[in-house]
Design a protein around this ligand. Structure first.
Ligand code: GLY
Length: 384
């Protein structure tokens, strides 16, 4: 079969693979992407919250640093991409309001507020009345909330299309085929064999296959990325013009232990997400999943029941054992990872592109990304 050669081959054309390809090409590397449908993946489902502060969790302080580094990049990143491609990314600097519906929720939110303050983050505690003044569609029962003006949103579908266009401008070559097997010669990754039999040779291979990253044949067991799929179901409603503005910022809460968020876009789309289910590669939209999302969202914003329901969809978050991404060189020469972004793939897109391009051009991760080396999960030495 024919063989094609590039400096870098990216396996997976979701937003993480595309940003890696784009940034690497901007550094003068010749780059190819293998994916039957580039621009797809989890971004087609994601709500696109850029929620470094409201999605802070205990024990994820190191990840917070990377999330904040990426959030800081977003204004310039979005402007560069929009200018280059002439596309609107749906980037909306709208802020977020996390609310509590009962005394237990309020206690949890108070804990989150304390954790945010200890972490040097900016958020403001509001009474229920103050929350409703900001967002009049909120339920009368809302007991209080946290206003976070720095947590924004972007439309991940538009982001994916813009990254695809940017890659094309930068000369990235697309192989519209699955990567079937990693080719390894003398303990070095040398490319992949595609499902159509084409050998795609490359100086370096980046595995950016989202939740499928651990399934590429030919990757030696010690360097297989330990990622698993975590299913998220999402519902999309449409706010008719006569109801606008329905919500002016992202509204979220934890209801009966489940996260629910409502992300209002400028074009009238209202995204409600998301379930979190450990069911392997199942992407079925279930009546129960949709019911729970709508039930919980309805408790926060009763008026949603008036809105047309336009889409239901499920996607798979690629989750690593410590919920943080795997970025950069592996123990196998020539193989790098850009996967495991779990709940933060859209937020971490700008910083992922930058650190992967740095590693591809110079061989090492920049300091800000060193804690996310895949080597932290190395299970044993590579076989001799
Ligand atoms: N970051 C939102 C989610 O993963 O559902």
């Amino acid at each position: 079969m024919s063989s094609r050669t590039s400096d870098v081959l990216v396996v997976g054309g979701g937003i993480i693979g595309l940003v890696t390809a784009w940034r690497a090409a901007q550094r003068g590397l010749s780059v190819a992407v293998a994916d039957p449908e580039p621009g797809g993946g989890a971004a087609l489902v994601a709500a696109g919250m850029l929620a470094a502060v409201t999605e802070l969790h205990y024990g994820e302080q190191t990840l917070l640093g990377l999330n904040l580094a990426s959030a800081r990049r977003y204004p310039d990143f979005a402007a560069e991409l929009a200018d280059l491609t002439g596309r609107d990314l749906g980037y909306r600097r709208c802020g977020t309001l996390a609310v509590a519906l009962d005394a237990d929720d309020r206690a949890d939110l108070r804990d989150l507020h304390a954790l945010q303050r200890r972490s040097g983050l900016t958020s403001e505690w509001l009474s229920g009345r103050e929350c409703r003044r900001l967002e009049p569609m909120l339920a009368p029962g809302v007991r209080g909330g946290l206003r976070v003006d720095g947590d924004h949103q972007i439309d991940p579908r538009r982001l994916a299309r813009a990254l695809l266009a940017a890659c094309e401008v930068a000369g990235v070559v697309f192989h519209r085929s699955w990567a079937e097997r990693l080719d390894v010669v003398r303990e070095r990754a040398t490319g992949v064999t595609a499902a159509d039999g084409t050998a795609l040779a490359a100086g370096q291979v980046v595995l950016a296959g989202g939740s499928l990253s651990g399934r590429l044949a030919g990757v030696p067991e010690p360097v297989l990325p330990p990622v698993r799929p975590v299913k998220g179901q999402v519902v999309r409603l449409t706010v008719p013009r006569r109801y606008a503005p329905f919500l002016s910022r992202t509204v979220r809460a934890v209801v009966r232990g489940s996260h629910v968020y409502l992300v209002p876009r400028e074009n009238g789309e209202l995204v409600i997400g998301a379930t979190s289910e450990e069911l392997g590669w199942d992407t079925t939209v279930t009546a129960g999943g949709v019911y729970e999302l709508l039930r919980d969202a309805h408790e926060l914003v009763p008026g949603i029941t008036e809105l047309p329901l336009t889409e239901t969809r499920a996607g798979l978050r690629p989750c690593s054992p410590d919920n943080a991404p795997l970025l950069g060189p592996t123990a196998l020469d020539g193989l790098l990872l850009a996967t495991g972004h779990h709940r933060n793939g859209v937020l971490l897109t700008p910083v992922t592109g930058d650190v992967l391009a740095h590693a591809l051009a110079g061989g090492e991760l920049p300091d800000e990304a060193r804690p996310f080396t895949p080597l932290r999960f190395s299970r044993s030495e590579l076989p001799a």
